[in-house]
Each structure stands twice: as structure tokens, then as C-alpha cells.
Design a protein around this ligand. Sequence first.
Ligand code: FAD
Ligand code: NAP
Length: 340
Amino acid sequence: MITWHENQDLTAANSFGLPVFAEHFVQVNQLTELVEALEQAEAKQWPVLILGGGSNLVLQPALPGAVIGIAAAGIHLLADDGDNVIVEAGAGENWHQFVRHLLQLGLHGLENLALIPGTVGAAPVQNIGAYGVEIADCLHSVIAYDRHAKSVVQLMAAECQLSYRDSLFKSQQPGRYIIWRVRFNLSTTFAPKLHYGALNQYLSQQGQDQPTPEQLVAAVCSVRASKLPDPATLGNAGSFFENPRVDASVYQALKQQFPDLVAYPEKNGQYKLAAGWLIDQAGWKGHRNGGVGVYDKQALVLVNLGGAEFVELMALAGDISASVKQRFGVSLQMEPRVYP
Ligand code: FAD
Ligand code: NAP
């Protein structure tokens, strides 16, 4: 039997630290509790927000209807042929702790994704990625509650439609599936991906050109800590904008005009522009306005300088987008979800 909490303060439950109150909130540990909460919300015609660690959300001050916090726990080995292992984790498990747990088990594939905030259940939603690795590289399947069919389903990795920071859950069928457990294909062989410049340089400086798994995770954590703000001390929602993808002709025209442009070729012939570079060049790095600002070490991250409010954050994001559009002709899309 679940208990709803009325007018619940979620300021500490979103990593940006925006002041937020949910009309009705419940945390669910069991699948039966999730189904009960959804049935009650539907009967009362409440809109529903599923909440993990709140690190990829920009929330308005008053959330109507229901917010359901996912706390499904547990990590299990499902199959092991000596080389390949399938591991299942509850959606409510902390992502970084899960990565560390795999390290202890000697299972490889997710090292580059250490220190990403949030939960295991949210990881497939935007196909989290860092330093050249993304969930798509290791996802086996998700076990989810399908709100349309009103039943538990298993979606194999291919059905999850994972693409660059996107998935079935984020853009194709938002709100339909509530991820309850996630299964990963992991390996007992360590085959690290070390091609990202910052990571590579750090490892070289440490004399670790062929790092152990522990050294790789430590390197990822160090590089991240040197460049990205810790939400525990400076509220933020990670990258505020996606890296825009443009056609080769657009890239070439921009590169001619801006020879220092930072961009990377994609497999489909397009180019990925580093949004942080565009924002920096437009003069925003270190900008401060009231309670919000642009992080001084990575312009892609907007930060809560103290007392940030939703309206001023969205105004800053709008001003940044407009100036990047004016200078480079490129449109920026927000990465975190704005709710409602
Ligand atoms: P939430 O913010 O709670 O939710 C995000 C979205 O997923 C919402 O739409 C929510 O409704 C939905 N959702 C959550 N749980 C479930 C579920 N069980 N079932 C269905 N839907 C669900 N992202 C990267 O990709 N790479 C990075 O390197 C990275 N670094 C970051 C660094 C910092 C400092 C911060 C603050 C964020 C970073 N992020 C990064 C973004 C964020 O951490 C990830 O997107 C993370 O997966 C969000 O997890 P969460 O549990 O906090 O999700
Ligand atoms: P960075 O290493 O300074 O790189 C800047 C941008 O260039 C990144 O967006 C990255 O794209 C791209 N890039 C760098 N080297 C690349 C290569 N060898 N091949 C292809 N693309 C390359 O970025 P950072 O800000 O310090 O972040 C480090 C990593 O953590 C990045 O992968 C970033 O995506 C991830 N991160 C994500 C979030 C988030 O909220 N989404 C927040 C913090 C960090 P990609 O973004 O595609 O990797």
C-alpha cells in the first residue's frame, strides 16, 4: 500500500537545485507499488513524472499531479559463459556505484561512464555517453512497465532505438515505458577505449598508457572533476545543450570562417559541433546573471550560483541560443528535459 506525500519539496532531488514542489509524490521500491501508483494517478487524471536522480531535469516550481520516484534495487548476474556476462541492475541503483561494483566483479565495458550522476534506470533514456562509450555499446535489454499495454515487457537493445543521447524512451514514446531493471552485456576481457584527447593526455601524464580498469576509472573521475562542477557543491544539470549535428557543407562553410571550430565527423557523413566551443566563442563562458551562470571551465554547463530560479535559467538558455544562432547560424537544442 503506497502513501502519497502532498506538496513534497523536491529542491534537493534535482541536481540543479531549483526550488520545486510536487503536488503528490511517492517513492516506489516494488513493481506492485509502481503499478498501484500509476493506477491511482490515472484514476485521478494526474499527469505523471518519473523521477530518478533528477540530474537531467529542469523543473518548474510547481509540479502538477504525480511525481513517482523509482527505487528498484538489486544487482544480479544472469548469465556467464566465462567471457561474456549478462548483469541486471534495478532502475533505482546509483549509476556510479553500479560502475564501481562492476569494477570489483572484474566485468568490463562501462569504465568510461564512471561518475555520471543519476540512476541505472535513466541511463538508457538518453543513452548516456562519455569519452567515446555509450550505453548502446553494452545494453542487452530493459525490463519495463508499459503504460499502454499495462504489462511488464522486455525490450531488447535494438527495440530501445538508442542513438546519440536519445532513445525510444526520450523522443519516440516518452512516458510510455517505465524502466524497472536494465540488463547489460559485459566482458571479462578489458578492451579500453582511450581515444578521447583529455583522457588520453591524463593517462599519459600519469605514465599509464595501458591502464588497468581501476586506473581508467580513476582517470575518468579525475578528468571529470577537473572540468565539470560537482552538483553537490554547485547545482547543474550537466551539458545544458546537445552538440549540434550539421551536414558536411555547413561544417565546411563554418570551418572556413572559423578555422578553430571544434567538430568531429560522424559515421553518417555529418559533423558534430562542440556546443561548448560555440557558446564559449559567443562570449558566455563565466557569465553570471543573478542566481544563474555559465561554468567557467566548460561553457556547456549552466550553473546555480545560489537561489537560481526556473525563469532566469530559461531566460539565460534562450539568450545563449539566440547569440549562438546569430554568430554561427546554428540552432542549439536543450539536453535536459523541461517539466511540465
Ligand atoms: P532524471 O534526471 O531523474 O530523469 C531524466 C529523464 O529520464 C526524465 O525524463 C525522467 O522522467 C526519465 N526517467 C528517469 N528514470 C526513469 C525510469 N526508470 N524509467 C523511465 N524514465 C525514466 N549524461 C551523459 O549522457 N553523459 C555524461 O557524461 C553526463 N554527465 C553529467 C554530469 C553532471 C555533473 C550532471 C549533473 C549530469 C550529467 N549527465 C550526463 C546527465 C545525467 O546525469 C544523465 O542523463 C542521467 O542518466 C540522468 O539520470 P537521473 O536518474 O538523474 O534521471
Ligand atoms: P570534452 O572532452 O572537452 O569534449 C568536448 C566535446 O567534443 C564533447 O562534447 C565531445 O563529444 C567531443 N569530443 C571530444 N573528443 C572527441 C573525440 N575524440 N571524438 C568525438 N568527439 C569528441 O568534453 P567534456 O565537457 O570534458 O565532457 C567529457 C565527456 O563527458 C564527453 O564525452 C561528454 O559528452 C560527457 N559529458 C556529458 C554531459 C551531459 O550532461 N551529457 C555532461 C558532462 C560530460 P561527446 O559529447 O559526443 O562525447
